[in-house]
Design a protein around this ligand. Structure first.
Ligand SMILES: Cc1cc2nc3c(=O)[nH]c(=O)nc-3n(C[C@H](O)[C@H](O)[C@H](O)COP(=O)(O)OP(=O)(O)OC[C@H]3O[C@@H](n4cnc5c(N)ncnc54)[C@H](O)[C@@H]3O)c2cc1C
Length: 382
């Protein structure tokens, strides 16, 4: 397929771009998918470590979870999923507690043995007392909201430091809306995604899933190709779905859209975590999470039972332009800047549609990315 002998150019071989490409190819459109990285799958990319058989999620743990049957029915055409159900413990003062906060977390922290009903009343009393202590009526920021929902002790142990590490700013500078409802379950349920009807890990890994999505005579893939280096070769009539950052596309003409970044420190070790993810809630530990990838492979007991683990520590990092963008810093100012970029992109590239988490400047879980891609593809073909 020549660069101009195509109906659509998809920039970005992540799950969003792959879904759009698959849907278009299915109805006979000729699609070229490019990615500047040398691998498929975008941020859900995973590879198998040869020595251990462990599937490493290069850009951090990815657990597929959704309540949307349409998304599940679609994605399971390309992969089987194992029965992994995500749970997380968080370390505070050297002890592990279930996360999100549940009845056991409360009892462990206060060294009590309360029933669900007793704990609910107890936490409400703590929250009321501490709100009065700090004069919080209408919470104005994350800190006030946290204290008003769970009281100072639970808030400081599990929410404050973790969040401040993530965003590298005081919780007083963060929006109260981040915590919309009480982050406590008064039960022993420790499932991280409690409402997800469907969840699991692709049995053959995420990259294989994306390969299968793109396996069509109508799809060509070129890796290690940046759109900015080939844009002049593309006919003005070619329709482009662009899953990259819009500020970068436009050479940061209006300024840099703010993101948070991450750095991963990976090691092969016999010091297994004993589970897939442990959060680090305290300020003295510079990373927020550690991932022990083998625990996702519950369909392969041999992989889990071996001595070795591959553990990645996840460090929050400030973002500089042209570095890896992980979490958008969504606020009024960044929304305004993003909207100006969207207008400018329409002017400069009339055939270009922004898509994916980078192009939309949004945090989306994989299911949301797939859902939005399915909708975009439907809209494109009428
Ligand atoms: C740390 C972390 C953990 C997460 N864990 C989960 C989880 O457990 N479960 C879940 O459901 N979701 C999770 N997510 C969200 C998930 O990563 C996203 O939903 C998903 O990656 C979105 O896919 P995408 O295709 O939109 O973007 P991406 O995967 O980022 O793909 C975009 C691609 O575009 C390419 N690109 C950009 N610009 C150009 C250019 N100029 N030229 C060529 N190529 C370009 C990039 O190289 C990239 O490969 C997590 C996100 C983060 C940050």
């Amino acid at each position: 397929m020549k660069i101009n002998d195509l109906d659509y150019l998809i920039v970005g071989a992540g799950v969003f771009g792959a879904t759009v490409a698959e849907r278009l190819a299915d109805i006979g459109k000729k699609v070229l998918v490019i990615d500047r990285r040398k691998h498929l799958a975008g941020n859900i990319y995973s590879y198998t470590d040869k020595e251990t058989g462990i599937e490493v999620h290069k850009y951090g743990s990815h657990i597929f979870h959704t309540e949307m049957k349409e998304v599940w029915d679609y994605i399971t055409k390309f992969t089987g999923f194992n029965d992994y159900v995500h749970t997380v413990n968080t370390r505070h003062d050297g002890k592990l507690y279930p996360m999100p906060i549940n009845l056991d977390t409360v009892n462990l922290l206060y060294d009590t043995n309360m029933t669900a009903g007793e704990a609910e009343k107890f936490v409400a009393r703590e929250a009321k007392r501490d709100s009065e202590k700090y004069g919080i009526k209408e919470p104005k920021n994350f800190e006030e909201k946290g204290i008003s929902l769970v009281g100072e002790k639970l808030y400081t142990a599990f929410l404050k430091n973790y969040t401040e590490k993530q965003w590298n700013t005081s919780a007083k500078n963060l929006s109260a809306e981040i915590l919309s409802r009480i982050p406590v379950r008064f039960s022993h349920d420790n499932r991280y995604f409690m409402t997800a009807k469907y969840q699991g890990i692709p049995c053959e890994g995420y990259t294989r899933m994306i390969e299968k999505m793109l396996d069509s005579d109508n799809v060509k893939v070129r890796l290690g190709v940046d759109f900015r280096d080939i844009k002049n070769e593309i006919s003005r009539d070619t329709k482009i779905v662009y899953c990259g950052q819009v500020d970068q596309l436009l050479d940061y003409e209006l300024g840099v859209l703010p993101w948070r970044s991450l750095k991963f420190e990976m090691e092969k070790t016999e010091n297994s975590l004993g589970e897939a993810v442990i959060n680090e809630a305290d300020a003295g530990v510079p990373y927020t999470r550690a991932h022990d990838y083998k625990y996702y492979q519950i369909h392969q007991p041999d992989v889990i039972e071996q001595k070795l683990s591959i553990v990645a520590k996840e460090y929050p990092a400030d973002f500089k332009k042209d570095e890896e963008a992980y979490y958008p810093v969504n606020n009024v100012e960044s929304a305004r800047l993003y909207n100006r970029y969207v207008d400018l992109a329409k002017e400069r590239y009339p055939n270009l549609i922004l898509g994916g988490r980078l192009g939309a400047y949004q945090y989306w879980d994989m299911d949301k990315a797939v859902k939005n891609a399915l909708e975009l593809a439907k809209g494109l073909v009428g």
